[in-house]
Design a protein around this ligand. Structure first.
Ligand code: SF4
Length: 584
């Protein structure tokens, strides 16, 4: 059990910032809403950070709300945690959206708040509805008809400028127009109208007012003075009283399926001194410290950070560790945390498939990592794979089975030496092509094929003792794929699904829009995408080249994370003169 020093009014712990129940009188009142239940939302460090950032603004008072647990199928009022006020009584309802599968809940919450679902039907007296979070800056279009304004990019750079310009007394349309025109990263979808070719592909997006043609997503270039850590500790999260610290943003490795590796470029690391201070802060509250980042093991100084004497036992956990970066000090820190299960993510079974996805780790790395982890006394392993990757064959699926058996063989040997036998959990999830990655052009595998591949892995490992296979449900991945690369017409599907209370088979029968068009179609190289309205900084030509290299099984070097000497992907303006073909 974690040791927590002081508890707040609802069983959670406020940090020293004291932002809970900030007086609302005379301030702009914001209901910050996570479109999932409390424990999921409070596990999200981005959500907690936005809550703190909003309350750090003197003339803003922010309270949190979550999707209520279902009550016999009926929607309940959405009340804030702090004052139990309905969210529709606030000036602004701000959604923080991370995942595609949370998007349908936006409609449930708006309806529970008695608001008309289409933004165009909401009158002047109703709250402004905003949305931000990584879902929005990947592709906000499926939610565009329901949202007044999207904030695209990183909250630290967006929120201050937004609240300097937002005028709660101004006429709604003028407020929207001024914000969309003058605040970088603000996208007001009502001022944009998409047009389509007869075959359904997007042909152009017209602007209907004096607003930018494309919206530049806003990023914070220097994180060294912007600490991000848990604002509120609560045992009711996935991480159970763990003080989360964000150590980095972005990832240099360029796995071609991963949006974090592209839309957060260039990768940025917080300096050791800042993180060291934050770990000390966390240790004053709890003995559990969670280090968060897309590739935590890349952080300069990570071993010193975890190995430093803190005057108490500290249990570190890591959101991600690459198999090729596991070594003594890191594994010791993991083992000292008494973790029972460590995770390795080869992501694909065969060396060929790992070249296609540009994973950059070999089978030997994976097997050695398993050896090191079990040798350090961590009894169980979780091994992640994706199925349905571009160019995948039955042989690649068979290679998942072979690799797991090889891991198991090594696992058995090392476990025997320690006199203790744990379990290997094989986790299979379906590949979903994401916007602004090299695989944005790829077709997603069919649900039927995904089920066959899951069966192939389960059958192949049936007789292997101490190995369990867990697979995500392919039809949920299908929905994720639909929403991830959908356009505004997908909003109609979401409306129908909402009217059908989430009955998707009935929804697909009722809608005239073909969802396969979005999910299973490989895109033309020159196709205009709905998310092209967002300027991520990355050249589309670079991503296309990466896609073509993937199909040819060619790898690319990691991003050097050096903005002054590189301009390969278009995000930075360095002077190297190197091209993607020169970085194999
Ligand atoms: S331009 Fe170079 S350093 Fe900058 S994000 Fe792209 S690959 Fe990384």
């Amino acid at each position: 059990m974690a040791t927590v020093s002081q508890r707040g009014p609802e069983g959670y712990l406020a940090t020293e910032r004291g932002v809970i129940r900030k007086p609302a009188a005379g301030r702009i009142r914001v209901a910050l809403v996570y479109p999932n239940v409390y424990h999921v939302g409070m596990s999200n460090l981005g959500f907690q950070t936005v809550y703190r950032l909003l309350n750090d603004i003197e003339h803003v008072a922010c309270e949190r709300a979550f999707l209520p647990e279902q009550d016999g199928g009926k929607n309940r009022r959405v009340l804030t945690v702090e004052s139990r006020t309905p969210i529709e009584d606030f000036d602004i309802i701000a959604f923080s959206i991370s995942y595609e599968n949370d998007a349908p809940a936006i409609l449930t919450i708006l309806e529970s708040a008695r608001l008309p679902l289409p933004a165009a039907q909401r009158g002047a007296t109703l709250p402004l509805v905003l949305a931000g979070g990584v879902f929005c800056f990947l592709n906000p279009e499926p939610l565009a008809p329901f949202i007044d304004l999207f904030l695209l990019g990183e909250a630290e750079s967006l929120i201050g400028a937004f609240f300097q310009t937002f005028d709660p007394t101004a006429d709604r349309r003028n407020n929207l127009l001024r914000l969309a025109r003058d605040v970088p990263g603000v996208y007001a979808p009502g001022f944009y109208r998409p047009r389509h070719h007869p075959d359904g592909r997007l042909s152009a997006v017209d602007t209907l007012a004096d607003v930018p043609d494309t919206i530049q997503r806003v990023m914070e270039p220097d994180l060294s003075r912007l600490p991000t850590a848990s604002t509120i500790l609560t045992p009711e999260t996935t991480f159970d009283d763990t003080y989360l610290i964000e150590v980095s943003r972005g990832c240099p490795h360029g796995c071609r399926f991963c949006s974090a590796g592209y839309v957060y470029r260039p990768p940025r690391y917080r300096p050791f001194a800042l993180l060291d201070h934050q770990v000390d802060d966390g240790c004053a509250l709890t003995d559990r410290i969670g280090l968060v980042g897309a590739a935590v093991s890349d952080l300069p100084g990570i071993r010193e950070l975890c190995g430093k004497e803190r005057g108490r036992e500290v249990r570190f956990s890591f959101s991600s560790l690459r198999a090729d970066a596991l070594d003594g000090p890191l594994v010791e820190a993991l083992a000292a945390s008494h973790v029972k299960t460590a995770t390795i993510a080869p992501d694909a079974g065969s060396e060929r498939m790992r070249r296609v996805i540009n994973k950059g780790i070999s089978e030997d790395h994976v097997v050695a990592a398993a050896d090191i982890l079990v040798g350090a006394g961590i009894p169980n392993l979780k091994v992640y794979f994706m199925i349905g990757l571009p160019t995948e064959t039955d042989d690649d699926i068979a290679a998942i089975v072979d690799l797991v058996k090889r891991i198991k063989h090594r696992f058995l040997k090392t476990s025997r030496g320690r006199g203790r036998m744990g379990e290997i959990t094989v986790s299979l999830s379906a590949f979903v092509p994401k916007p602004s990655t090299p695989f944005q052009w790829a077709a997603m595998d069919e649900v039927k094929r995904l089920k066959q591949k899951i069966k192939q892995v389960k059958t192949g490992l049936k007789k292997t003792a101490n190995v369990r296979v867990h697979a995500d449900i392919p039809r949920w991945a299908y929905l994720q794929g639909l929403i991830a690369r959908g356009d505004r017409r997908v909003a109609d599907i979401l409306l129908t699904a909402h009217a059908n209370r989430g009955n998707w088979p009935q929804t697909f029968k009722a809608t005239s829009i073909n969802p396969h068009f979005y999910v299973h179609r490989e895109r033309d190289p020159d196709e205009i995408f709905p998310w092209d309205i967002i300027d991520q900084g990355i050249d589309k030509a670079y991503l296309l080249k990466e896609y073509q290299r993937a199909l040819a099984g060619r790898t690319s070097a990691p991003c050097p994370a050096d903005p002054s000497s590189c301009s390969i992907c278009g995000v930075c303006t360095g002077e190297s003169g190197a091209t993607v073909d020169s970085c194999e």
